[in-house]
Design a protein around this ligand. Structure first.
Ligand code: GTP
Ligand code: MG
Length: 533
């Protein structure tokens, strides 16, 4: 497929990642990995109880097996060093000598092994039991029956984690109502009064259902009460959200490419849920956003890549136009991606899920440029700049309720820029406000500190990594909030525009009109809002 050389679709010009990664079909020369900013705690500090030190914690110059005169690294000769003993450490210098690279690599291996152990034990716990998956499918079937009483050809098409297999025990059902087969031109449009009719039908069937119209598209949110052995099941029925069906298929294909994708996604989702940074309506990121972050890491950052870029695979001759172009709401989208993954072959990367998870936390803790970069998994290289996309400042735009009864202003934020793979004007990270981005970054670094902790065989990691964070602050009305300092700035290194934007929005984590407006425009946010109302 032809790649544009200019504009937002052009390959990234980021100096850090100048060599774009490609799918297996088009191997590109490998770039050197981005410089690591990893640091390690000083030796001995993490062993206050005086437990046995690991052999790696013995400074190299003290090791008996080190051949004389071949120390890979020597501490600086201090004032006490003499000509007789030039490598003697300074007596009063408490800083440990820097370790040779081989030691750090050994630490990576240990850290990854600990993480792998934690992830394995968690995965069994968080995957929903089979009965729950069966119950969700049965509910979907039941709901479709109710829909068909109104429109005999109606279909409820599921999307989201139920289809991708990324669902955890608490995941909801996401589905979209279609009046007939999707690609059939004879399928009628959904009439404007149908959402309200369906809401009433569901209530008559004794479901707790509520129609939300202050949204881009109408959504019915409903719940099925808990049954023995199965918790309450929540379900969202959307009405015009067909792009979600396509991006769900893309996620599913990536998941099928490599078994490690699902393991990593489930682990990161669980970690994010427990650390309370998976609440779009409170200013953090949706599950879909975390999946895109993981895909970017696996396609573009880790070397060799774990995943090919399915959207950059060549389009085979004779592919139907409906597989390449899709029109919705007056816009046309390029929805092409390679669905036949049998030709792609296994990844040359043989790292364990633990190693990849370590790399994921390391990349987003220390290497990803949050202030400047846009994650764009459809693009070669996976990164664009905020300037490329003109995503430097928050933008306000008027929005209508889906029934056209009301107009209000919505703010699109770009503090964390995460381009949707098909709807490229849509920032999946728009739900993140300043405090939300800061919390996500703090949590990533907290995770990284735990991963790097040595000397206890990963016990601390196991205990604290996914430990439930303290409860979030309650929802506070704007008028009840303290006025904020408009000159407060974001974390060091963030670009000025974002700092100002964040400062202006700094009260939004605790609620407020700005957050409410944003929330009400988003599918995910509305979901949680109504659950809390
Ligand atoms: P859980 O419900 O937490 O298990 O995760 P999920 O995988 O179902 O993801 P989520 O509920 O966040 O999103 C469901 C689907 O909505 C995604 O798979 C996308 O297909 C679609 N979607 C499209 N745009 C957005 C967006 O901006 N935010 C969210 N949340 N979803 C979107
Ligand atoms: Mg979902």
């Amino acid at each position: 497929m032809q790649q544009p050389t200019q504009g937002p679709d052009a390959p990234s010009s980021s100096p850090r990642y100048q060599q774009p990664r490609r799918g297996w079909g088009n191997p590109a020369p490998l770039a050197p990995p981005p410089p690591s900013l990893d640091h390690f705690p000083p030796l001995g500090k993490e062993n206050p109880e005086g437990k046995q030190r690991s052999p790696h914690s013995v400074p190299s110059y003290q090791r008996a097996d080190q051949p004389h005169g071949q120390q890979p690294h020597r501490p600086k000769a201090g004032p006490l060093a003499s000509n007789n003993n030039p490598i003697a450490p300074r007596r009063f210098d408490r800083r440990p000598p820097r370790l040779p690279v081989a030691h750090y690599e050994q630490f990576f291996v240990e850290q990854a092994a600990n993480l792998e152990k934690v992830a394995k034990s968690l995965l069994e716990e968080i995957s929903p039991p089979d009965e729950e998956t069966v119950a969700k499918n049965e509910l979907l079937h039941l709901l479709q029956g109710i829909c068909r009483k109104l429109v005999p050809t109606a279909v409820l098409i599921p999307f989201g984690s139920l289809v991708t297999g990324f669902s955890t025990a608490s995941s909801d059902i996401d589905c979209v109502f279609v009046a007939g087969p999707l690609n059939d031109p004879a399928t009628p449009e959904v009439s404007d009064d149908l959402p309200a009719l369906l809401e009433r039908s569901l209530q008559e069937e004794d479901f707790d259902a509520q129609l939300l119209t202050r949204t881009r598209v109408p959504i019915i949110k409903m719940k099925q009460r808990a049954a023995p052995g199965i918790g309450e099941i929540q379900c969202d029925i959307g009405f015009k959200n067909f792009l979600a069906i396509h991006n769900t298929q893309l996620l599913l294909c990536y998941s099928k490419c490599d078994v490690r994708v699902k393991q990593i996604v489930l682990f990161v989702k669980w970690w994010a849920k427990n650390r309370h940074i998976n609440s779009p309506y409170r200013g953090t990121l949706s599950s879909y956003g975390y999946v895109l972050m993981i895909l970017h890491y696996l396609i573009n950052i880790v070397q060799p890549p774990v995943l090919p870029n399915l959207q950059l695979q060549p389009i085979p001759q004779g592919t139907a136009d409906s597989e390449i172009h899709y029109k919705e709401g007056g816009s046309e989208y390029n929805i092409w991606f390679a669905k036949d993954i049998t030709n792609i072959g296994p990844s040359p990367n043989t790292s364990s899920a633990g190693e990849l998870l370590r790399g994921f936390f390391d990349y987003y803790s220390y290497k990803f440029a949050w202030g400047q970069s846009v994650i764009s998994i459809r693009t070669q290289g996976g990164l664009l700049t905020k300037q490329d996309k003109d995503w430097c400042m928050a933008k306000s735009r008027p929005a209508n309720t889906s029934d056209g009864a009301e107009t209000w202003e919505v703010k699109d934020r770009y503090l964390f820029a995460l381009e949707d793979p098909f709807e490229t004007v849509h920032n999946v990270g728009r739900t993140c406000n300043g405090p939300g981005v800061r919390r996500i970054r703090d949590e990533l670094r907290r995770a990284m500190d735990l991963i790097k902790f040595r000397g206890d065989g990963g016990q601390r990691l196991e205990r604290f990594l996914c430990e439930e964070a303290p409860p979030e602050r309650p929802f506070v009305k704007k008028e009840d909030r303290e006025p904020k300092d408009p000159n407060a700035s974001m974390s060091p290194g963030a670009e000025n525009e974002n700092a100002a934007e964040e400062a202006a929005n700094s009260g939004a984590a605790a609620g407020g009109k700005a957050a409410e407006d944003l929330v009400l425009d988003t599918l995910d946010a509305v979901k949680e809002l109504s659950l809390n109302s």
